[in-house]
Ligand binder design. Structure first.
Ligand SMILES: Cc1cc2nc3c(=O)[nH]c(=O)nc-3n(C[C@H](O)[C@H](O)[C@H](O)COP(=O)(O)OP(=O)(O)OC[C@H]3O[C@@H](n4cnc5c(N)ncnc54)[C@H](O)[C@@H]3O)c2cc1C
Length: 397
């Protein structure tokens, strides 16, 4: 066993950990990222739909070779088959190969000076007053500060005595890449309803005009079986080939209550920094990772690793994103409480009042509070949701 002393140890080489590494290392401090898997970005669990604005916010090129397609809108389908379309003139989002994107994040972090080591799984961690000790099979690490970027299955959160994500807000997800179908490559599809995907939704994300990434998340049901049924209906009569399957855990809880401790910062899925409306976590987790990297570097430069200093991390990301998480969680709770009949009624209202134009105009895939409030303020929507709003106001979160 070798003993390694480092200033910042980051556990997990997903987007949140790698962006934290990039931001810390570019401030001249010593950073090591350890990853349990042998290849960065593999296995991949993600659908890879990311807003172009979000990638720019992360300082990531929207023209990289990881981009598989660009989309400029979405079709939404209700339980009874009502539908509306939201769109912009030019692309608003891209579909990425997440494995390739994670490798790109790793190259950015390495160029900034971080070391990234695969095949190194931390299985034991101790937060001492003077340092943090962590162990993998072959190494013992002694670091001034640790960033936990382990993803949804983080064990460090619990080991640090913090409250992890409530498991009842974790949903199983399953998706397939299909080749040989006929779709419009410019639009994503979102299908809701208790028969399709109870407690969440099904997605069809075009990779081209003849290939898609189709998947769903659900509550108290088998996502594989539901997806098979959905595909049979959606692509009836089409002869397609299955290219790839992926499963994973979708987080809908919003962030955990506390994301720091002495000598510890928690980022990304491990901290629940995922949009509760859609389960997307790359952009917001990445933004929080960037804040964590900056604060960790500052901690090293000032020699301050106690909670009094590190709460700056939580204060900063909550200032940027707290309101967004609050309203998206509120929207998720409302959506979960709606019956199929009420969802259909909501679709009718959106179509009748032309609200798809408001969503097209005001919508931001990552910063959703504006459009959520804009919709709720509409008199007829408000009237429909009033009984639920009384029970589920954001102040009661
Ligand atoms: C089905 C599905 C579809 C999704 N689609 C989208 C989407 O379209 N858009 C979007 O934005 N988000 C999507 N997400 C969410 C997105 O994948 C996550 O939010 C994102 O990957 C979180 O990044 P992260 O760096 O926090 O964690 P992860 O990407 O999970 O990375 C954590 C890393 O830590 C490593 N690790 C864990 N424990 C240890 C350890 N002890 N030692 C060393 N290494 C360790 C893991 O191997 C992993 O590489 C989807 C999720 C699912 C399940």
């Amino acid at each position: 066993m070798s003993l390694e002393e480092r200033q910042i140890l980051i556990i997990g080489a997903g987007p949140s950990g790698l962006i934290a590494a990039r931001e810390a290392a570019r401030r001249g401090v010593d950073v090591l990222v350890v990853e349990e898997d042998s290849e960065i970005g593999v296995p991949c669990h993600c659908a890879g739909l990311l807003s172009l604005r979000g990638l720019k916010r992360l300082n990531v090129s929207v023209d990289g070779s990881y981009v598989q397609n660009r989309v400029r809108g979405a079709f939404f389908y209700s339980p009874s088959g009502l539908s509306f379309k939201i769109e912009r003139q030019s692309p608003v989002a891209c579909v990425v190969d997440r494995s390739a994107l994670d490798k790109y994040f790793a190259s950015q972090a390495a160029r900034s000076g971080a070391e990234i080591r695969s095949n190194s799984r931390v299985h034991d961690i101790r937060l001492e007053k003077e340092y943090v000790a962590a162990k993998s099979k072959k190494e013992i690490f002694k670091a001034s500060i640790v960033i936990d970027a382990e993803g949804v299955s983080s064990r460090i959160v619990r080991a640090a005595g913090l409250k992890p994500t409530n498991p009842s807000h974790l949903l199983p997800g399953f998706q397939l890449d299909l080749y040989g179908v006929d779709v419009d490559p410019n639009y994503v599809e979102v299908h809701v309803g208790s028969k399709v995907a109870p407690g969440f939704f099904a997605w069809v994300i075009p990779l081209s005009s003849n290939s898609v990434r189709v998947g769903l998340g659900c509550r108290k049901a088998n996502p594989k079986e539901l997806l098979q049924r959905f595909i049979e209906r959606r692509f009836k009569g089409e002869e397609y080939e299955i290219l790839m399957s992926r499963s994973g855990t979708i987080i809908t809880s919003g962030p955990i209550g506390k994301t720091f401790s002495n000598r510890l910062l928690i980022v990304g899925d491990a901290a629940g920094q995922v949009k509760p409306t859609t389960g997307g976590g790359v952009i917001l987790g990445g933004l929080c990772g960037a804040v964590a990297g900056k604060v960790a570097a500052e901690a090293v430069n000032l020699g301050k690793f106690d909670e009094d200093f590190l709460r700056l991390y939580e204060e900063s990301w909550r200032k940027k994103l707290g309101r967004e998480f609050k309203y998206m969680l509120w929207a998720r709770r409302i959506l979960n409480a709606l019956s199929d009949r009420m969802i259909d009624k909501g679709f009718e209202l959106i179509i009748k009042e032309g609200l798809q134009e408001v969503i097209s105009r005001e919508g931001d895939m990552d910063f959703q509070s504006g459009v959520i409030l804009e919709l709720i303020r509409r008199r007829r929507i408000l009237r429909m949701l009033l009984p639920l709003l009384r029970l589920l106001t954001p102040s009661s979160q």
